[in-house]
Design a protein. Structure first.
Length: 388
């Protein structure tokens, strides 16, 4: 029986799992109910299950019983602090929390992949590690799981993960070699001026005005210091200053993010940003404090693994439905796994004008697309783990 035929019979199970998990969303590092559900399912399937990794991480090990490589299939478990507005009868039962980024679907696809591959384990060699990771939305559970040893015993040779992707059409699979998602970086700045009466600016150091100059100067890092053929973004998303219309504020606080696909640029952000902030503040007589948080590295797909996934997908959905999505400036902590082993982070097309996009209180998708993710996982696993 071919993979599409095998997976077709699991549609109802996929939907049930997705909806079960959709009802109990939990933000990063609180995934107690979610991890218990995942562990119970994997144990029922007879996999060797380990729980409590990086707090709530779960690993299910499927052994074929024959020597061979080990493939890691990863799904993220956490939800977002968003109040759901879909009106579904399976909507979130946790106030203010929602699976608005498809992680419920990612878990459902990985769990059903475990079921399918368990039933046909006589058709491949080696092992499959199903890794369910907490806190992808932040602060990041991939690195702690790696530190806890999920890439060992047995050692992982390949890694796969997928994401529901509303920007490519339903029924398609998106595969991109090389840079897929950007490296993330956060900065927080406090401008220290001298407050006073709004009618007497000459007696003050206006922290609000200094902050405005800092925002403008930060934009020129990208426009005048970066190679225009190497995309980068600096965004100031928060700016707070002042409490009264006629008072010059003494302090201003700014927070923002910087994104790039280049690891060297990613590492250079602290020096670049502080040089700008220091120069502006000194020229205007202000002081400053600045802190940096280096987020996820760039998500880089291995070229050979991307070819394997694209070929597997083409056999399932047709070559005309295997697309190359543009790289995204969003961040993804699957990047940490891809730094360690060759792998591919692919997209399950869910584009449909009837549904809102990710990180939206009305986010949704056609549940039929999940079977494409499961089939791609299964076919790629067979191609990787079947000895010639």
């Amino acid at each position: 029986m071919d993979v599409n035929s095998m997976v077709a019979g699991y549609h109802d199970l996929l939907v049930q799992i997705r909806r079960d998990l959709h009802r109990i969303p939990e933000v990063g590092y609180t995934e107690e109910k979610t991890s218990a559900y995942v562990a119970a399912y994997l144990e029922k399937e007879g996999l060797l299950v380990t729980t409590g990794i990086a707090r709530y991480g779960v690993v299910g090990l499927l052994k074929s019983g024959r020597p061979g490589p080990t493939l890691l299939i990863r799904a993220d478990m956490d939800a977002l602090p968003i109040q759901e507005e879909t009106g579904h009868d399976f909507a979130s039962t946790h106030s203010g929390v929602m699976h608005a980024c498809g992680h419920d679907a990612h878990m459902a696809m990985a769990l059903v992949t475990a079921t399918v591959m368990n039933k046909i384990k006589d058709r491949f060699c080696g092992n499959i590690k199903f890794v369910f990771q907490p806190a992808e939305e932040g602060p990041g559970g991939a690195a702690p799981m790696i530190q806890a040893g999920v890439l060992e015993n047995p050692g992982v040779d390949y890694a796969l993960a997928c994401h529901i992707w509303p920007t490519i059409p339903e029924g398609s699979i998106g595969v991109r070699s090389g840079a897929m998602m950007a490296a993330m970086f956060r900065f927080d700045i406090t401008i220290k001026g001298k407050g006073g009466h709004g009618a007497m600016p000459h007696q003050c150091v206006d922290a609000l005005e200094v902050g405005c100059q800092v925002v403008g100067a930060l934009q020129r890092i990208v426009s005048r210091h970066m190679d225009p053929l190497n995309p980068s973004v600096v965004t100031v998303g928060q700016f707070r200053a002042g409490r009264a219309f006629n008072v010059i504020p003494e302090t201003a606080t700014l927070s923002g993010t910087a994104r790039t696909f280049d690891r060297t640029v990613w590492k250079s952000w602290p020096n670049r940003i502080e040089t700008v902030v220091k120069g502006v503040c000194e020229s205007m007589g202000a002081g400053y404090d600045i802190t940096f948080e280096q987020g996820y590295p760039p998500t880089i797909n291995d070229g050979n693994m991307s070819k394997i996934v694209a070929k597997a997908a083409a056999n399932l959905v047709g070559p005309d439905r295997v697309l190359e999505p543009p790289p995204s400036m969003g961040g993804e902590d699957m990047a940490f796994f891809l730094e360690k082993v060759p792998g591919c982070f692919f997209c399950v097309g869910a584009g449909n004008s009837a549904f809102a996009g990710i990180h939206n209180p009305r986010f949704d998708f056609n549940e039929q697309v999940m079977k494409n993710g499961v089939a791609t996982f299964c076919q790629a696993a067979l191609d990787l783990l079947t000895q010639a």
